[in-house]
Design a protein around this ligand. Structure first.
Ligand SMILES: Nc1ncnc2c1ncn2[C@@H]1O[C@H](COP(=O)(O)OP(=O)(O)O)[C@@H](O)[C@H]1O
Ligand SMILES: CC(C)(COP(=O)(O)O)[C@@H](O)C(=O)NCCC(=O)O
Ligand SMILES: [K+]
Length: 244
């Protein structure tokens, strides 16, 4: 069994896989991280491998000692990936984005794919039907937009995510909700339309912490799967084992 861990800039997510079947899932905070891992290992004693994709600031030291019981692998740029990479700066490409591109390649063969990950940042990643990775976009995520409006102004309050009542915000709060939520929804739909002008057909996968909130508000048809990164991490590791 494999314990996959995705360390993002907001949250740490984990899932246990037996082959391709997910049998458990977790959220961690930085503080309870180590203890929680130890508990998971106790609950699932058949875990032999720990596979980590990190763009956050938990360092390898947090895993110290676990390598006695487990085979630990940090996914890196040097691992085999199922696409050819045309990013001009492949060494600075986020490992999470590489894993998402790999998952899209495995799960949706022989087609153009656009992966949208609505996490701390909203990332767009495009892999074409010849399995060439092109890159995409990095934009601020929902929570980050609320926080930046507050942080970089004198008068704007910090609000929790809420559905705007209308397009036209009739108060400070409603104006912020409209600007953040409607703004991001139009932005994502706008990006998809521009991709469609270049590539007639492609499938769209939406993932990340804001998946469910955004999915129902987009006009485009997408595959919504908030678990896509962890599934892709499991598949990327299995691909590595086969190709090593
Ligand atoms: N419990 C939660 N804590 C923080 N953010 C959450 C939570 N539930 C949903 N979210 C949303 O998830 C987004 C962060 O997504 P996530 O996939 O966890 O980010 P990352 O992978 O960058 O750590 C935020 O924009 C926020 O709106
Ligand atoms: C863009 C990101 C910050 C997204 O992180 P996340 O929202 O998943 O926490 C991460 O993929 C990253 O650090 N990328 C490096 C730059 C790049 O991908 O080109
Ligand atoms: K992201």
């Amino acid at each position: 069994m494999i314990l996959t861990i995705d360390i993002g800039n907001t949250r740490i997510k984990g899932a246990v896989f037996e082959g391709n079947t997910q049998i458990d899932a977790f959220f961690f905070t930085k503080i309870d991280f180590r203890k929680k891992i130890e508990n998971i290992l106790k609950t699932h004693q058949k875990i032999t491998h720990l596979v980590v994709a990190s763009v956050g600031n938990i360092e390898k030291e947090s895993f110290l000692g676990l390598e006695k019981e487990l085979n630990i692998h940090f996914i890196s740029h040097d691992d085999p990936f199922p696409f050819s990479n045309e990013y001009e700066t492949p060494q600075t490409l986020g490992i999470d984005r590489m894993v998402l591109a790999a998952g899209a390649t495995f799960q949706f063969p022989d087609q153009n794919r656009l992966v949208i990950d609505a996490g701390t940042c909203v990332t767009f990643d495009f892999v074409d039907d010849k399995n060439t990775y092109h890159g995409g976009a990095i934009a601020p995520g929902l929570r980050l937009r609320y926080e930046s409006l507050h942080k970089f102004t004198a008068k704007l309050p910090l609000l929790a995510l809420e559905s705007p009542k209308d397009l036209i915000g009739n108060s400070t709060s409603e104006s912020i909700h409209s600007g953040v939520v409607n703004g991001l929804v139009y932005e994502i739909d706008g990006f998809i339309d521009e991709y469609r002008a270049r590539y007639l057909n492609f499938i769209i996968i939406l993932t990340g912490g804001d998946t469910d909130f955004l999915a129902k508000r987009l006009k485009n048809t997408i595959f919504a799967n908030s678990n896509f990164l962890l599934e892709s991490l499991n598949q990327t590791f299995q691909y590595k084992i086969k190709n090593d």
